[in-house]
Each structure stands twice: as structure tokens, then as C-alpha cells.
Ligand binder design. Structure first.
Ligand code: KG4
Ligand code: ZN
Length: 347
């Protein structure tokens, strides 16, 4: 079969990203324009500002992705874009741009689910990896334990009942004065702390043993900080970070391994921004190793939001001949179980 080269565009949150990927797995370019510095002063992503920043950046980011890949528009077989879930304004920038690009250059358009993109980052990192496998997707907006039955065929085994794992990291980081984005900062601070210093709760959801809940843990950290303040005791930030992280990692690994053992999974993958977390990667690697399960995790550059994962996921739609049309819209609360708007064969 001839090579299929896809341009992938991602703008669901605070990264304007575009990448060119060959045959779903070979990254020819991967340009990420992060807005982190802009949002840091506000302590989190401001959707309206994010939308404007995407508009400012997207043309240049796509141009750079094509030029770094040494490809012209004519060399591209399809343009793929994240259409949900995410922030509606930021999503609309990417979707509108991709639709205009596809229409103007007469290229097929492929709609990609953001979580499906995160999962596909593993295909880029591991050229030999194929479904079925189990995947824990942990990001700023999502915590999903997914049975990847086939390309585009997902069974959700567990999800968060409240905060996403990354959201909990970001909120706790703010509370202990580490600032935004919290995940990497807690990860770093925790290396200097004692994970057993404070016994934070490991929440389990009654009756739904693979589900997660992080809001109680977040409250426990806030209560701990308040009680220290009331007693006039100094807070050891590194110990709080390490103890909080240990509680998150315990629950993520515990539920994941329970699900993997019961379903007889032989392959387990991490995905999403929190998959960069050092403690989570180490604990999951060990837990999988102890059970004889092969462990996969993308490089940090592929864990964070990027266009390569979107182009990677789109490839499997392309080979099935499934494309979106010009009516494609952003879907901020898109579910993973829903079928994509890529329909039928392009004629
Ligand atoms: O996947 P992502 O880039 O965007 C979303 O789709 O949400 O994930 C961003 C999230 C943020 O909450 C960030 O704090 C978290 O991933 N994160 C981390 C680490 N790096 C990023 N959390 C824990 N440890 C890290 N090293
Ligand atoms: Zn993401």
C-alpha cells in the first residue's frame, strides 16, 4: 500500500498543535505552541483567552508543521482535527481551520476524539503495538480506564466520578502554592518529600470498583493545610506533594491492575498529560512487571496534547475510508463510546 500522510490539528485546550504523520506511526513533524505562560498568571486556563491565542497561532503552527516535515499541501492525504471533548471556543478554532483547509485544498477531513488521540500516542511510540490492550487515560479533563478492543472500538471500564486526575494535581498545586500547571510541579516537589508523611485517603467508589474519585482527596489536602495553619505549624510542601501523589498513584494503579487481572489483559498502556508523571510511570511499570503484563507509555512529548496523536488516530479512520464532511461541529462534552461523524466512503 502507498504511504498515507496526514496533517493532524489539535486545539482543544491550551496547546495549538499541528503535526504531519506517515502511516499513523511515523512522525515527520510535531509542532506544539503552548499557551502555558499566558495562563499561568491566572492560575489556570482562561477559555476566552485560549480561543484568541489559538486564532493567532494556528496558521503559523500548521505552516511550520508542513515545512518541518518537508511536505507541501499537495503531499497531504487528509487533514484530521480534534472535534471534542474540550473547551468549545478552542475546539472551534481547530475545527473551523481544518474544515477550511480541507475544503480549500480539496482534501478529505477526519474528525478525531481527543481521548482516542491520546491512546494513539502509544502507536507512535511503539510501532509494534496493536489492540487489544488496556489503557489508563489520565489528563487534565479525563480519567478513563479503557479496554481498547480494536482500532476505534473502546469499552470504558472505569471513569472519574468527579475531578480528573490532572485536575486534582492542578488544584492541590494551587493550594500548596506551587502554581499552574500543577502536575509537573507536584511531580518535581514530590521527589524531595516523604510519600508516607501524611496518610491521605485512597477513595473507592461503592459498587463501581474501577471508577475513581479525587475530590475527597483534594478536600483532605485542603483540610490538612487548614489544620496546620490553625495550629501555627509550618507546612512541608514536599511532603504534602509526595503524600498526595502517593494517594493518586495508589488508586490509579490499584484499579488498573484489578481490571487488567480480571480481564486477563496482557498489555497495558498509559496515555494523557498525567502519564508523564514519574511516580505513576514507575509504579505502573512495576505493577505490570509483577503480573507479567507488557507495559507501554508514550514519551512525555506525546503524552501532552499534540497533533501527532491526532494524525495517528485519524490514520485508522482513513484506511477504513471514513471521513467527516463540512458540517462537522465541535462537541465539547463528547463521549468516547460515541461513533465518530466520519461516515461512509469518500467518493
Ligand atoms: O493531556 P493534557 O496535556 O491535556 C488535557 O487533555 O487535559 O493533560 C494536562 C494535565 C494537566 O492537568 C497537568 O497538570 C497534567 O496533565 N500533567 C501532569 C504531569 N505533566 C502534566 N500531572 C502529573 N505529573 C506530571 N508530570
Ligand atoms: Zn489531552
Amino acid at each position: 500500500m502507498r504511504d498515507i500522510v496526514i496533517l493532524g490539528i489539535e486545539s482543544s485546550c491550551d496547546e495549538t498543535a499541528a503535526a504531519v504523520v506517515r502511516n499513523g506511526r511515523e512522525v515527520l513533524s510535531n509542532v506544539i505552541n503552548s499557551q502555558i505562560e499566558t495562563h499561568t498568571v491566572y492560575g489556570g486556563v482562561v477559555p476566552e483567552i485560549a480561543s484568541r491565542k489559538h486564532i493567532e497561532a494556528i496558521v503559523q503552527v500548521v505552516r511550520q508543521a508542513l515545512s518541518e516535515a518537508d511536505r507541501r499541501i499537495e503531499d497531504i492525504d487528509a487533514v484530521a482535527v480534534t472535534y471534542g471533548p474540550g473547551l468549545v471556543g478552542p475546539l472551534l478554532v481547530g475545527v473551523s481551520y481544518a474544515k477550511a483547509f480541507a475544503y480549500g485544498c480539496a482534501k478529505p477531513l477526519i474528525a478525531v476524539h481527543h481521548i482516542e488521540g491520546h491512546i494513539a500516542a502509544n502507536y507512535i511510540e511503539y510501532k509494534e503495538l496493536e489492540p487489544p490492550f488496556m489503557c489508563l487515560v489520565v489528563s487534565g479533563g479525563h480519567t478513563h480506564l479503557v479496554n481498547v478492543r480494536d482500532y476505534g472500538d473502546y469499552e470504558i471500564l472505569g471513569r472519574t466520578m468527579d475531578d480528573a486526575a490532572g485536575e486534582a494535581y492542578d488544584k492541590v498545586a494551587r493550594a500548596i502554592g506551587l502554581g499552574y500547571p500543577g502536575g509537573p510541579k507536584i511531580d518535581r516537589a514530590a521527589r524531595e518529600g516523604n510519600p508516607e508523611a501524611i496518610a491521605f485517603p485512597r477513595a473507592h467508589v461503592d459498587g463501581e470498583e474501577y471508577d475513581f474519585s479525587f475530590s475527597g482527596l483534594k478536600s483532605a489536602v485542603l483540610n490538612y493545610l487548614n489544620s496546620c495553619e490553625m495550629r501555627g505549624e509550618a507546612v512541608n510542601t514536599a511532603d504534602v506533594a509526595a503524600s498526595f501523589q502517593a494517594a493518586v498513584v495508589d488508586v490509579l494503579v490499584g484499579n488498573s491492575m484489578k481490571a487488567a487481572e480480571r480481564s486477563g489483559a496482557v498489555r497495558f498502556a498509559l496515555a494523557g498529560g498525567v502519564a508523564s508523571n514519574t511516580a505513576l510511570r514507575e509504579a505502573m511499570k512495576k505493577a505490570c512487571g509483577d503480573r507479567g503484563i507488557d507495559f507501554y507509555r508514550p514519551s512525555p512529548i506525546l503524552c501532552t496534547d499534540n497533533g501527532a496523536m491526532i494524525a495517528g488516530a485519524a490514520y485508522y479512520e482513513y484506511i477504513k475510508g471514513r471521513f467527516a464532511d463540512i458540517r462537522l461541529n465541535a462537541v465539547p462534552n463528547l463521549k468516547l463510546e460515541l461513533t465518530t461523524p466520519n461516515a461512509g466512503l469518500l467518493t
